[in-house]
Design a protein around this ligand. Structure first.
Ligand code: F6P
Length: 366
């Protein structure tokens, strides 16, 4: 009898439509082989670090049909980086400690033959750190922001753009009825991919993204063009990380234990800046927030996520550890983990996408 081999799967960082499709892809592909068992760690690596441990077997009854479901059946957190683990003190302060050696020891004691870490930039940095400490690990990229440079696209992005575009379309009709300016804020901490795609898909007048700081006076001028004799309407898409050329946007402090500053609310700040700069039109603001991360993934994301899961298993079978699954030039492939997180994928000002948007009279305020 061949020895049974065991894989541990986990999801880390913010959730994203398609995570369950990856989990199912791994489990289904592994089930095709006789001697593989797939397990899941609950809430990223907390399932391994916590006592008692929370590790479940990913049986067919647990993974059946989950590809259509949003969220992650394994739960997730962005406050459990084993390399920088938060410790909450009674006086309300938080300090961080490195628990990676403890994690490696526990993973080795559990005798897993391989680990699959599904997560974004931060999670893949953790994958690299664990690989360097001898853990046979594979990364699967995830982010609705689509800002990982090692893969042309990540699952969850198309779903987020679809949700944003559907919402944008609704805001257009109400903007038109009331002669208003509608500002819709979408996610995009460092990169404006969701905003840019939504602006083109929806037909926005203005698109503001982190990569192109805006001049508020140029925006007011662009809006004036839309209002003849006081009548008209306009729709703006702004990414949560967008910035004016002059002045700043204030963001709230991060959640306890999170390494990130919490964004959200630039739509309201932009609204005030427009008024202060002389915009006469009535303005309303919509912050889409986590709606973009919820619900069922669109077909494209289901396919991509499922293929990523299948590929992750195949890399393990071939013992090609220390790699992250990727989608490049229309092919499912993989890259070394050190290349996976080297740089962020930003929207380039001189890219065809931006130039085409400008050709459609979408203003970036630059
Ligand atoms: O990184 C993905 C992302 O969607 C960012 O665009 C956003 O700033 C962040 O997640 C919000 O995450 P959370 O509210 O879950 O901390």
């Amino acid at each position: 009898m061949e020895k049974v081999k065991r894989i541990l799967v986990l999801t880390g960082g913010g959730d994203c439509p398609g995570l369950n499709a990856v989990i199912r892809g791994i489990a289904k592909r592994a089930r095709k082989e006789k001697n593989w068992e797939v397990y899941g760690s609950i809430e990223a690596f907390n399932g391994v670090l916590n006592e008692p441990q929370e590790i479940i077997r990913l049986t067919s009854s647990r993974t059946k049909g989950i590809h259509v479901k949003g969220g992650t059946i394994l739960k997730t957190t962005n406050k459990a980086n084993p390399v920088k683990f938060p410790i909450y003190h009674p006086d309300g302060t938080t300090t961080f400690t490195d628990r990676s050696d403890e994690l490696v020891k526990k993973l080795k004691a559990l005798k897993f033959d391989a680990v699959i870490n599904i997560g974004g930039d931060g999670s893949q940095k953790i994958s690299k750190a664990l690989f360097d400490k001898g853990i046979p690990i594979i990364g699967v990229p995830k982010t609705i922001d689509n800002d990982l440079s090692a893969t042309d696209v990540t699952f969850g992005f198309q779903t987020a753009v679809q949700i944003a575009t559907d919402s944008f379309d609704k805001l257009v009709t109400t903007a038109e009825s009331h002669h208003r300016v509608m500002i819709m804020e979408v996610m995009g901490r460092d990169a404006g991919w969701i905003a840019l795609h939504t602006a083109i898909a929806g037909g926005a007048e203005i698109c503001l993204i982190p990569e192109i700081p805006y001049d508020i006076h140029k925006l007011v001028k662009r809006l004036e063009l839309r209002y003849k004799k006081g009548k008209g309407f306009a729709n703006i898409v702004i990414a949560e990380g967008a910035m004016p050329k002059k002045g700043t946007i204030t963001s709230s402090a991060g959640d306890k234990g999170s390494e990130h500053v919490r964004l959200g609310g630039v739509a309201y700040q932009l609204s005030k800046q427009l008024k202060d700069a002389g915009c006469k039109a009535e303005i309303r603001e919509t912050v889409l927030g986590h709606v973009q991360r919820g619900g069922t993934p669109v077909a494209f994301d289901r396919v991509l996520a499922t293929l990523f899961g299948v590929k992750a298993f195949e890399l393990i079978k071939e013992k090609k550890f220390g790699r992250m699954v990727a989608f490049q030039n229309n092919e499912i492939t993989s890259v070394p983990l050190e290349d996976a997180t080297r740089e962020c994928s930003f929207v380039k000002k001189d890219s065809y996408l931006v130039q085409a948007a400008k050709g459609l009279s979408i203003s970036f305020g630059d």
